[in-house]
Each structure stands twice: as C-alpha cells, then as structure tokens.
Design a binder for this molecule. Sequence first.
Ligand SMILES: [Zn+2]
Length: 76
Amino acid sequence: MTTSDYTKVFKQLKVKPAKLAKYIKHNAPKKRTSGDILKKCKRCGRTGAHIQRFGLDLCRQCFREIAPKLGFKKYN
Ligand SMILES: [Zn+2]
C-alpha cells in the first residue's frame, strides 16, 4: 500500500457511513511532525528518492522527466 491509497476507499464506502467512520478510525495515517514521510514529491506525491536541493522537492523520477525544462544539462 502506498501513502496515497488511504482516501481511495472513501468513494466506495460513501453509501455506508458507519463503515466509513470505522475505516477512518482504524486506517487514518498518524499525524506526524517529523520524518521522511513528510517529504513528498510536489509533482506525484512519491516519498522515496526525494530531491530537496535547490528547493526542487521532486522525486528522482519526476526530476529525470522535467530536468531539461528546468535547465539542467546532462554532461555525459
Ligand atoms: Zn514525483
């Protein structure tokens, strides 16, 4: 399960309010104040391989896709 999956079930449980409340009670993510999980990619929301340098806040995959547009150049 990825970090973005939590809300996907809401649509399905909308017709069953009691089940939805129970689902939220037991599956809501912890409110965190620190840790790697707070550093999410601003483009896709991925938490792994995060690039904070130069204020990019992107994952490596998104950076690879949009680096030429941002002005980065590959030298080899
Ligand atoms: Zn990304």
